[in-house]
Write a protein that binds this ligand. Structure first.
Ligand code: NAD
Length: 423
């Protein structure tokens, strides 16, 4: 078969990153070929009777890139752009993310090509239940464990779980994670990604010998991940000097009162910073947040926000990527020349998938943990993972992003080697 390329940008980047790191590791050709392909790509049709009585057929997908380390793990999204190649790219990234996180999972991803914003609850339920029925032969607590993704959440997970439980005639709570706490979900999941991001930031500062106390931070995106990262960092002594959301950026060189801002968004009908005030606070255009004088930047909003047009003007020394892919490859090279240290997304935001692993473990055991147990275990694992990558970075004299890929690929390659090639 040889090396693959793809017309799909996401899949092409995923393949190129993999081949680059695998060659640097000196993996043998057979292993590169195995891991450059997905184990299983399932494509299904989803016929649904719409509210107006017409019948529509949607395309659905589930890709399992690798199950060498454990069951495939990864979200199911509902979006008009969903296609098999995109699912394959994201499944491959999940393999590396789970491997790097040190949890017993491979990588999977799935989705339905649809626009949920134009669908009623009833239509969404019928899409979700039909998808669950169509992928039922390949999902299971020990085979493939899906989770929420773009436009899916706790409600969809409950529909999936309920459909498969009814088909199998027994409750199957451990097949899907991201369920509500009242239905086999877990305490702690909401905060997990933000806590993990902050843990990486604190470990990075410790590793370079910089005190957390007094470190200045700016955070793009004051949503789920950004808020919990900010709260943890200020509680550890850091000073958050800039935050932003879709309503703009907010700058205060003496430090933003993050607990007050958090209370503000929770009281705002759309959970936004709009109208937030405190002494010394100035509102600036959203884009200008990136150029604030600070030590650490946490992009926690969108992909591609740091690009070749703005990378040169960024003044921070450290970036911890909370969002997926916030820095384009061109910007990455510019930031590298400026000596900026970057903790890559699939290490920094892996608190989310580690949290899913905790939910699965609790569901399999039928015994639920306290929030404190959850957080203690999460922070312990995040610290270990950070240091595994940090040590490898220093040993091999490569960037953290490349080191993270190499560490992740090595674990999966070892599993394939030990288990053998058959199946
Ligand atoms: P969220 O929707 O809760 O928050 C996103 C925030 O970004 C909001 O405050 C929004 O107003 C803001 N935002 C959007 N566009 C912006 C812009 N142009 N400028 C400034 N702010 C903008 O989402 P989240 O769950 O916090 O996720 C944030 C990022 O982290 C996403 O890239 C997501 O894929 C990634 N991520 C999230 C998790 C998780 O567990 N939630 C796990 C892994 C990765």
């Amino acid at each position: 078969m040889g090396k693959r390329t793809s017309e799909n940008v996401l899949l092409d980047i995923a393949l190129r990153n993999f081949y680059g790191a695998a060659e640097e590791l000196g993996l043998d050709e057979g292993l590169i070929e195995i891991l450059g392909n997905s184990e299983r790509k399932l494509s299904v049709s989803i016929p649904v009777v719409m509210d107006d009585g017409t019948t529509k057929v949607f395309n659905g997908y589930r890709v399992q890139h690798s199950t060498a380390v454990g069951p495939a793990k990864g979200g199911i999204r509902f979006h008009p752009d969903v296609c098999q190649d995109e699912c394959e790219a994201l499944a491959m990234l999940m393999t590396w993310k789970c491997s790097l996180a040190g949890i017993p999972y491979g990588g999977g991803k799935g989705g339905v090509e649809c626009n949920p914003l134009e669908m009623s609850m009833g239509e969404k339920e019928r899409v979700a239940r039909t998808l669950a029925a169509r992928i039922e032969p390949i999902v299971g607590a020990w085979t493939d464990v899906p989770a929420p993704d773009v436009n899916t959440g706790g409600q969809e997970m409950v529909w999936f779980m309920d459909t498969i439980s009814k088909m199998r005639g027994r409750l199957e709570p451990a097949i899907f994670t991201g369920k509500p706490i009242s239905l086999w979900g877990s305490k702690g999941r909401t905060e997990a990604t933000g806590y993990g991001v902050a843990t990486c930031a604190i470990e990075l500062l410790n590793a370079v010998g910089k005190e957390v106390k007094g470190t200045t931070v700016m955070i793009q995106g004051f949503g789920n991940v950004g808020t919990y990262a900010a709260l943890t960092l200020v509680d550890a002594g850091a000073k958050v000097v800039g935050i932003s959301d879709i309503t703009g950026a907010y700058h205060c060189k003496d430090g933003i009162d993050i607990h007050k801002a958090f209370k503000h968004i929770n009281e705002h009908p759309k959970k936004l910073l709009e109208g937030y005030t405190q002494p010394g606070l100035e509102k600036i255009p959203a884009e200008d947040l990136l150029f604030i004088d600070a030590d650490l930047f946490i992009p926690a909003a969108l992909e591609g926000v740091v690009n070749k047009n703005n990378a040169d003007k960024i003044k921070v020394k450290y970036i911890v990527e909370a969002a997926n892919g916030p820095i384009t490859p061109e910007a990455d090279a510019i930031l590298d020349k400026k000596g900026i240290l970057i903790v890559p997304d699939f290490l920094a935001n892996s608190g989310g998938v580690i949290g899913s692993y905790f939910e699965w473990a609790q569901d399999l055991g039928g015994y639920f943990w306290t929030r404190e147990e959850y957080n203690t275990r999460l922070i312990h694992i995040m610290k270990e993972n950070f240091h595994r990558v940090w040590d490898f970075t220093n040993e091999k004299k490569v960037k953290m992003r490349r080191a993270a890929f190499m560490v992740a690929i090595m674990r999966v390659a070892d599993a394939v080697r030990m288990r053998g090639v058959f199946l």
